[in-house]
Design a protein around this ligand. Structure first.
Ligand SMILES: [Cu+2]
Length: 122
């Protein structure tokens, strides 16, 4: 093999390795309802999250707790209208107060992403 051939093979190999990394964008959470630090006039009955890519409802967890740490959600996470880029969970009837949403999910690239966000009801 000539030196030039070796070099071009090496270059092709490097490009093949690098291309998926350059084109890879991690999935992130775009929008959530209630929004971070939102103060709502009336209690929400559902928490909804939207992502930049598909996530697994099966491997997702959303916990909504009050200030005593009691769960106020119904425990089952699902996609919104079968949209794989979204998640939702129903809430129990809640009164005025502060609440915390803790979520975690696995994106279709295999990475686990998570976050937490407070909201309150007047
Ligand atoms: Cu990723």
């Amino acid at each position: 093999m000539s030196k030039a051939t070796k070099q071009s093979l090496w270059t092709s190999f490097l490009l093949l390795l690098l291309f998926p990394m350059i084109s890879h964008a991690h999935v992130h959470m775009n929008k959530m309802q209630p929004a971070k630090n939102e103060v709502l006039a009336s209690a929400p009955s559902i928490v909804q999250l939207w992502f930049s890519g598909a996530v697994s409802a099966e491997w997702s967890k959303i916990e909504v707790t009050d200030t005593k740490g009691e769960r106020v959600d119904h425990g089952t996470v699902s996609n919104i209208d079968d949209d794989p880029k979204s998640l939702q969970i129903n809430l129990k009837p809640i009164g005025p107060g502060s609440y915390e949403i803790k979520w975690s999910t696995v994106a279709n690239d295999g990475h686990r992403i998570k976050g937490s966000s407070p909201f309150s009801v007047k």
